[in-house]
Design a protein around this ligand. Structure first.
Ligand SMILES: *Cc1c(COP(=O)(O)O)cnc(C)c1O
Length: 432
């Protein structure tokens, strides 16, 4: 391990916030393949979601405003930017929030990936039985014969909460039997919400990486069970990636210029890696060298950063960390290696963030913009601040010859839309 990486590893072990610039990042242009995967894989996911537009418009009325496409707004957050400047962080360029906490159905970034994975499996089953045609739109997915078929199959998933809501809600509505394996981090209201929808919730006193193992094992024993594997699912990954295709249109419509001199800097909260990894892959497909993606992980659960540094499916527990964080969506002990390998050439770098800072950012975004985000969803702000306040961040800009005034920053707000009012009040009062 080179010296810089060794220093980062020491800071991780000490539980300190740190920053890491990826020395293996490569020049990857628009529509350039990454390993086996390229634009067509993301496009296939996008086309699948589009086939289902009439289904969603009818059975999930909250998607009707966008005609059955599950998408969120891009919002300018100048008040946060000004507030940061007031605190001495001279944030240049313009700052936006990608409001995925508002994504319909799931209230989190998990909507695109989780729902896409369910739809792919549902389509494959119905096609196999000759109940639907390959290219027609999918309003027939609610037909009694199709529902009857789905009723004989089980979809299973392990989750810290949000993936369960995304997968569980849509799979149950389609008529599947659904089992959600919950790690100890999952909050009570998420379990209740799923049970109300007829989902079987199994609770484990274990951490997330163990809940995945349990779920995988249980699903393997039932030939009519399909396990959506958060550590290893291309369907999740490509579903997440579609966000980039929509974002390109949103930026264009907002008149925001994006090229190498006017780059996008995107800050993504990272758990197992699927959501931020899929989005990063998608953004590179759409913008190539004009986009720079940074992950942010909690100081006690930086599994992807460890994976990148050690080049293995490392566990944060083995480095003496607790794996416990207020950011329940990011409380993950081991990274997805599928994602880790795809990120080796694509990722610009990583920041880690303390629980104390996450709560501070949550309160700031609420006070300044009137937007409630769950703690995990505020992690992106650490990247924005870190870029301006760390030597590593400033060196990155210099090395890439980027004028900070020309940068469009996107804080990816990944969840919080479904958090009940009482829970919001509790979190907004919380201190570490
Ligand atoms: C799941 C989740 C993430 C991270 O996604 P991964 O695929 O686990 O990396 C970030 N924020 C929230 C709110 C989440 O629920």
């Amino acid at each position: 391990m080179e010296k810089a990486a060794q220093e980062v590893l020491e800071e991780i072990r000490a539980g300190k916030e740190t920053v890491w610039i990826n020395p293996a990042q490569q020049v990857v242009n628009e529509r350039e393949k990454v390993g086996k995967y390229g634009f067509i894989h993301m496009k296939a996911a996008q086309t699948r979601l589009m086939r289902f537009m009439p289904y969603f418009e009818k059975y999930f009325p909250e998607t009707a405003q966008r005609k059955g496409i599950i998408e969120s707004d891009l919002k300018r957050i100048s008040n946060v930017q000004n507030r940061l400047k007031g605190q001495g962080v001279s944030v240049e360029g313009t700052v936006y929030l990608k409001a995925d906490h508002e994504l319909p159905i799931a209230g989190s970034v998990k909507a695109r990936g989780g729902i896409h994975a369910v739809l792919r499996y549902a389509e494959a089953l119905a096609l196999e039985q000759g109940l639907i045609e390959p290219t027609e739109t999918r309003e027939h997915m609610a037909a009694p014969k199709v529902r009857e078929l789905f009723g004989t199959h089980t979809i299973q998933v392990a989750t810290t909460g949000n993936l369960g809501i995304s997968v569980g809600t849509v799979a149950a509505r389609l008529g599947f039997r659904v089992i959600v394996h919950m790690s100890k981090d999952a909050s009570e209201w998420k379990k209740q919400l799923l049970r109300k929808k007829g989902v079987i919730v199994k609770e484990y006193g274990t951490d997330y990486s163990q809940a995945i193992v349990r779920g995988r094992e249980e699903a393997a024993q039932d030939p009519n069970s399909y396990f959506i594997d958060d550590e290893d699912s291309l369907d999740l990954f490509m579903g997440y990636a579609t966000a980039a295709m929509r974002l390109k249109v949103q930026l264009y419509k907002a008149g925001i210029e994006v090229d190498e001199q006017h780059p996008l800097f995107v800050y993504l909260p990272c758990g197992v890696g699927g959501a931020p990894g899929g989005i990063t892959f998608g953004l590179k497909q759409m913008f190539g060298e004009a986009v720079h993606c940074f992950f942010v992980e909690p100081t006690q659960a930086p599994c992807m950063l460890l994976g990148m540094l050690k080049n293995e499916k490392a566990s944060v527990l083995e480095e003496g960390l607790s794996g416990v964080t207020i950011a329940d969506g990011l409380a993950v002990q081991r990274p997805s290696m599928l994602v880790k390998e795809m990120m080796d050439p694509l990722l610009a770098g990583e920041y880690t963030v303390s629980d104390g800072h996450l709560l501070e950012y949550m309160k700031m975004i609420h006070a300044q913009e009137g937007i409630f985000l769950e703690p995990s969803a505020c992690a992106g702000l650490q990247g924005l601040i870190g870029l301006h306040q760390t030597k590593a961040g400033q060196d990155y800009l210099k090395e890439k010859k980027i004028d900070p005034a020309n940068v469009t920053h996107i804080i990816w707000a990944t969840g919080g839309g479904l958090v009940p009012e009482e829970e919001r009040q509790r979190l907004l009062k919380k201190t570490v």
